[in-house]
Design a protein around this ligand. Structure first.
Ligand SMILES: NC(=O)c1ccc[n+]([C@@H]2O[C@H](COP(=O)([O-])OP(=O)(O)OC[C@H]3O[C@@H](n4cnc5c(N)ncnc54)[C@H](O)[C@@H]3O)[C@@H](O)[C@H]2O)c1
Length: 254
């Protein structure tokens, strides 16, 4: 499908996992893709693969974030889609009993403040166009509690969800849709690294997913393409779950 022909999509965290799969899918749908990542080699490789543009960006830095969206506009003439997706899940973010203030703050900066900065930078372009779709990566943990806690991560994703909903309401009549994408556990480097160190943690989670497996990044990218396109023109201010039934489950099949 070519639902995004001639449109410009900015993706953060473009070099890996969900971001990389989204870069590929958005490009396949016809978009010009601007790949933002703090990691220059993976971010540039993603852009090169799809004939897009790489912009090195630390999403916690306001000036770098503004430059990312400005570069997209100056190169391609519009900012139609913002997939604000960069995020971290470091091991020192754990139970509230063991998590220090610095670890808490770092995760809030990368996962939540970054989304604030990206939306703040993207919305003025979209208002001028009278059109735009913003997709902010939250998580199913914005909706469910876990006893395998990563306290700052969970709180940051709850913040992404609430902020997305509010922005979706505020700018709806200006043609701008804002949705929080809430993936279930996805088979990406972020998750593999976490679970390789602690297989018991992986097993404790897998048992709760009705479909019996983690998502593949391409399955999340398909939802991103839908939310980016006019096919989702009446989908706004949602917690868009792509979780294999995880949040709907009480008891899973044997
Ligand atoms: N993997 C999962 O199971 C899962 C589930 C739900 C939500 N998520 C969310 O999806 C998003 C992507 O996760 P992923 O699994 O693809 O992760 P990943 O680690 O594979 O990729 C994250 C990318 O973000 C980049 N990045 C990190 N910090 C950055 C910064 N300060 N500035 C710019 N770029 C930065 C990294 O370089 C990397 O390329 C995250 O927000 C994550 O919280 C992941």
């Amino acid at each position: 499908m070519k639902r995004l022909e001639g449109r410009t999509a900015v993706v953060t965290g473009a070099g890996s996992g969900i971001g990389l799969a989204a870069v590929r899918r958005l490009a396949a749908e016809g978009a010009h893709v601007v790949c933002g990542d703090v990691d220059a080699s993976s971010g540039k490789a993603a852009a090169d693969e799809v004939g897009g543009l790489f912009v090195q960006v630390d999403v916690t830095d306001p000036e770098q974030v503004e430059a990312l969206f400005r570069t997209a506009f100056e190169t391609y003439g519009s900012v139609d889609v913002a997939f604000n997706n960069a995020g971290i899940s470091p091991p020192d973010d754990d139970s509230i009993l063991d998590t220090g203030l610095e670890a808490w703050k770092r995760v809030q900066e990368v996962n939540l403040t970054s989304v604030f900065l990206c939306c703040k930078a993207a919305i003025p372009y979209m208002r001028r166009q009278g059109k735009g779709s913003i997709i902010n990566t939250a998580s199913f943990v914005a909706r469910m509690g876990a006893a395998t806690s990563q306290i700052s991560y969970t709180a940051s994703k709850g913040g992404v969800l609430a902020m997305s909903r509010e922005l979706g309401v505020q700018f709806a009549r200006e043609g701008i849709r804002v949705n929080a994408l809430c993936p279930g556990p996805v088979n990406t480097p972020l998750l593999r690294e976490l679970f390789a160190k602690d297989p018991e943690r992986a097993a404790r989670r897998l048992v709760h997913i009705p479909v019996g497996r983690f998502a593949e990044p391409e399955e999340i990218a398909a939802a991103v393409a839908f939310l980016a396109s006019d096919d989702s023109s009446f989908v706004n201010a949602t917690d868009f779950l792509v979780d294999g039934g995880l949040t709907g489950a009480y008891v899973t099949p044997l």
